[in-house]
Design a protein around this ligand. Structure first.
Ligand code: ADP
Ligand code: 5GP
Length: 194
């Protein structure tokens, strides 16, 4: 018997709003049956990041080759010279096997993927309590130099204007509450009756 197609969960927000933290917490709870779509990027790995787990880390040339080989569902130059792309093998192959996949992608990519997959995708926008708090979180994460933090915060106000284009918004003020709310949305969407 052919398995029914898996569903796509899109999690987007400006950098530092808590996408990775929330996705990891939901996966660790284990209540939702979904796999993480590992994107490709040409940025350098941060400390603690593993190739093939957090991202497929590609050289500039390898990223260009993947574009030429039509390997992406979508890709974006999220920061100047920094490309990120959702790989077909991570999404389409898995959905075809009946697996649900969760995507941590930027706001433009998220809107694009929702347009492509319609009702098969649920798009969730993670909202920070404020832009000032977003800066504090990026600073305390300690993974980016000051210029990168300035760049990310500078872009956040523009990115926040994308929120109304998402199916739903989850405010990440208290982390537990945000995880509960996002998990509930995903459970409702992925339950067989939905
Ligand atoms: P993103 O994946 O959206 O870039 P992260 O998940 O890396 O964001 O979160 C950015 C930083 O903020 C991390 O250091 C994380 O631990 C912290 N953080 C996430 N959610 C909260 C929260 N509700 N309250 C305080 N700190 C948070
Ligand atoms: P970071 O460098 O902090 O890991 O990610 C920077 C931004 O790129 C985040 O907003 C993240 O969601 C986004 N991103 C990660 N993977 C993809 C992808 O495959 N496609 C798009 N469009 N954005 C992505």
């Amino acid at each position: 018997m052919t398995p029914s197609q898996g569903k796509i969960i899109i999690i987007s927000a400006p950098s530092g709003c808590g996408k990775s933290t929330i996705i990891k917490a939901i996966m660790d709870r284990g209540n939702v049956d979904m796999k993480f779509s590992v994107s490709a990027t040409n940025r350098q790995p941060r400390e603690g990041e593993t190739d093939g787990v957090h991202y497929h880390f590609l050289s500039d040339g390898e990223f260009r080759e993947a574009i030429a080989n039509d390997a992406f569902v979508e890709y974006e130059e999220v920061y100047p010279g920094r490309f990120y792309g959702t790989l077909k093998k991570e999404v389409e192959d898995r959905c075809a096997r009946g697996e649900n996949v969760v995507l941590d992608i930027d706001v433009k990519g998220g809107v694009r993927v929702k347009e492509m997959y319609g009702n098969r995708a649920k798009s969730i926008f993670i909202m920070p309590p404020s832009v000032e708090e977003l800066r504090r979180r990026l600073e305390s994460r300690g993974t980016d130099p000051k210029e990168a933090i300035d760049q990310r915060v500078g872009k956040a106000e523009f990115e926040l204007t994308f929120a109304p284009r998402y199916d739903t918004t989850v405010v990440n003020d208290n982390l537990e509450e945000a995880v509960d709310n996002a998990e509930r949305e995903i459970l409702e969407f992925t339950s067989p009756q939905a």
